[in-house]
Design a protein around this ligand. Structure first.
Ligand code: SOE
Length: 382
């Protein structure tokens, strides 16, 4: 097994695998991270994709020195120290394990993988790579929204007391139109699941991240509203869920509800989290991502009410690196923050969060929701 060492004076060479939506989002983060944060120098070496012409065009546009079509050749290169996996979930395990074994630091998009066995193998590979100083992390980018990172700080500082209830919903409408075409995201063999793996993974990660707690019990339900979608050769069967619901018990005794949908007409990208504690409450909506609502229930009753915090102060997480207070940042900045934290862990030789182990815990919850939904064990017919 190799190690991932490069002379301290030389930049870390980065390879990104995948150049579509997530590849594009990660590329802009690699491109601007060093301009805003004090991080080890990086070089955007190579962007990898299956279509030679398209990946070459994307590489040129997004600031990569080269493009390639064979990820195996790329992870074998001595000038590549970091592998950023932005490919669909069905490719995560194979690429991540090979890259870790080759001694490369690995950042992988969420969800960790499409299945529990794959996720477990990835965790084992990350643990043995860790022993050789190799860093790995899962891309739950919403942990790096300043308002959510600040919410976590407030909860950890006891500002809302003991957490009792969390309501987490993630609603989108890009599949509300029955004519929306078939994609890999709608096939079980490529996506693993539908709204569940795609966006409930974020919601569940937030529940555990914000509270610092662990889900121990699950009751779930899945539903597919549009069973067929237009494919290139005619209608194709949708084999994943459009929407999912779950109630979760947490180890502390708190309870969370999760509701996700990709057919929620009018909701564009609404990850909404409400946390209710014994002494206060917090609320956040990704469609207004610069704001956090905070209620202090220890104030005199007459003065209580949710107040809106504009999370752009230099003292707020990540915010000070950008613009003066009140000048908003957006969705894409979360990827820059994520890469900043990943690079910081590489510099310090520490283990960044969310680890593959944390990604696996989310997979366990997703698996339990599927199991519960299939068993219909808590369904009562009237
Ligand atoms: C598509 O539903 C998607 O791009 C997710 O895959 C992302 O993780 C989420 O951030 C936005 O929506």
């Amino acid at each position: 097994m190799e190690t991932n060492e490069q002379p301290a004076s030389q930049p870390l060479g980065v390879a990104a695998i995948g150049y579509a939506f997530m590849g594009k989002a990660h590329s802009q983060a690699w491109r601007n991270v060093a301009a805003y944060f004090d991080v080890p120098a990086v070089e955007q070496k190579v962007l990898v994709g299956r279509d030679a012409e398209q990946v070459a065009e994307a590489a040129a546009r997004y600031g990569w020195k080269e493009s390639a079509t064979d990820w195996r050749e790329v992870i074998a290169r001595d000038d590549v120290h970091i592998v950023d996996i932005c490919a669909p979930g069905w490719l995560h395990a194979e690429i991540a394990i090979a890259a870790l074994e080759a001694g490369k630091h690995v950042l992988v998009e969420k969800p960790l993988a499409n299945s529990l066995p794959e996720s477990e193998r990835m965790v084992a590979a990350a643990a043995s790579a860790r022993a050789r100083g190799v860093v790995s992390m899962v891309g739950f980018n919403y942990r790096r929204v300043p308002a959510l990172a600040y919410a976590k700080q407030l909860i950890a500082a006891g500002r809302i007391g003991a957490v009792r209830e969390v309501r987490a919903s993630y609603l989108q409408d890009w599949l509300a139109d029955e004519g929306a075409p078939m994609t890999w995201r709608l096939r079980k063999e490529t996506a693993g699941s539908g709204a569940l793996g795609d966006i409930a993974s974020h919601a569940i990660d937030q529940v555990q991240y914000l509270t610092g707690d662990t889900v121990t019990e699950v009751s779930g339900r899945l539903h597919t509203f549009v069973a067929q979608r237009p494919g290139p050769g005619g209608p194709e069967e949708v084999t994943v869920d459009d929407a999912a619901w779950a109630t979760l018990s947490l180890a502390s005794g708190a309870v969370a509800s999760v509701e996700v949908s990709r057919v929620a007409t009018g909701r564009k990208n609404s990850l909404r989290i409400e946390v209710y504690g014994s002494e206060g409450a917090l609320a956040f909506d990704l469609e207004r991502l610069g704001e956090l609502e905070f209620l202090d229930a220890t104030a005199p009753a007459e003065e209580q009410g949710f107040r809106r915090i504009v999370v752009t102060e230099p003292g707020h997480p990540y915010a000070g690196a950008w613009w003066p207070q009140g000048h908003m940042i957006g969705w894409e900045h979360t990827f820059t923050h994520q890469i900043r934290d990943f690079l910081e862990a590489i510099r310090e030789g520490s283990a960044p969060s969310p680890s593959f182990e944390e990604g696996l815990q989310v997979q366990r919850v997703l698996g339990a929701i599927e199991e519960s939904a299939a068993a219909k064990s808590s369904t009562v017919h009237l």
